[in-house]
Write a protein that binds this ligand. Structure first.
Ligand SMILES: [Zn+2]
Length: 303
């Protein structure tokens, strides 16, 4: 049976998603339900996002009950692409490949290596035809994709917090030398053509829409789960019905799978794996600190 460790809130974040007024007792009662709501993940299941809303339907079938899918911020493509850019080791500096082309290359590589990328949208984005009503810019309903450029700024603004929690999460696998991220101006220059719609288009095309979930309801997560129990994830629907609260879910074991898939093709694969893994963990925390106000309780789930 997995064990759970409930931590104090991170108490930092610039986002709007808040745990609100929830007592310690309610959090502990809810967290105890996590173990009863873990579900096994098939190796061929497409990934999804850390978003705690449950999914009803996909773009292919809006009535379908979606099986539990492994979760990282934005789905496998977005987390992998973020790490590729953050480390500065992935794309050749002379590469003129477009932002969409780069994302597509990552998507293709992951599929070749047995990782199935996935993404999600939500009811509002679909209703608004994937456009932000105020700005007219693309919006897909995934906070990670929609705020990707802001998220990539976070490791420079909140390095100490990201460093501290990355070290805590990776414990003896953490090595400070791998926490090196390329200069922010260089990174922002590369990713300024980011358009969240590309995530949706690439995954939709590759899966005829089956790997794009539709999230329902609102973001009222009170917990962020870091799950180290291999080949499992939280059944969000079951958790919501049993605990009556929502939780973000970061499947930490799946980060290893993505980083391995990327590094396998490189000659210095161990070094590449470590750099990508550290960047991916930092990206999960950067996403959290961008979208949330830091009031959620982190829960560590281990074997
Ligand atoms: Zn999302």
């Amino acid at each position: 049976m997995p064990s759970i460790r409930i931590l104090e809130p991170i108490n930092a974040g610039i986002g709007k998603i808040s745990a609100g007024d929830i007592s310690d007792k309610e959090i502990i009662t809810a967290a105890k339900q996590i173990k009863n709501c873990l579900s096994n993940v098939s190796p061929m299941a497409p990934s999804c996002c850390i978003d705690g809303r449950y999914s009803e339907g996909t773009l292919a079938n809006t009535a379908e009950i979606v099986e539990s899918r492994p979760s990282v911020a934005g789905g496998a493509d977005v987390t992998a692409y973020a790490a590729a850019e953050m480390t500065g080791i992935w794309f050749k500096p002379s590469s003129k490949r477009s932002a969409k082309g780069r994302l597509l290359d990552i998507d293709t590589l992951l599929r070749e290596q047995g990782v199935i990328p996935g993404a999600h949208s939500d009811e509002n984005a679909i209703e608004d035809n994937f456009k932000n009503r105020k700005t007219g810019l693309s919006k897909i309903g995934c906070g990670t994709s929609d705020n990707f450029i802001d998220i990539l700024n976070r490791p420079y603004d909140a390095f100490d917090i990201i460093d501290k929690y990355s070290a805590m999460l990776m414990s003896n696998k953490f090595d400070q030398k791998y926490m090196k991220i390329i200069a922010n101006d260089k990174l922002q220059e590369t990713v300024k053509k980011w358009d969240p719609i590309n995530t949706l288009h690439i995954v939709t095309k590759a899966s005829s829409g089956k790997s794009v979930e539709i999230s329902r309801g609102s973001n009222t997560e009170v917990i962020i789960i870091f799950n180290f129990v291999k080949d499992t994830t939280l059944d969000r629907y079951k958790f919501l019905s049993k605990a009556n609260v929502k939780a973000f879910v970061v499947d930490m074991w799946y980060i290893d799978k993505i980083a391995n898939a990327m590094a396998a093709s490189r000659p210095n694969s161990i070094e590449v794996f470590n750099k990508l893994k550290h960047a991916m963990v930092a990206f999960q925390l950067a996403t959290y600190l961008t979208l949330c106000d830091g009031t959620q309780r982190p829960v560590i789930l281990t074997n």
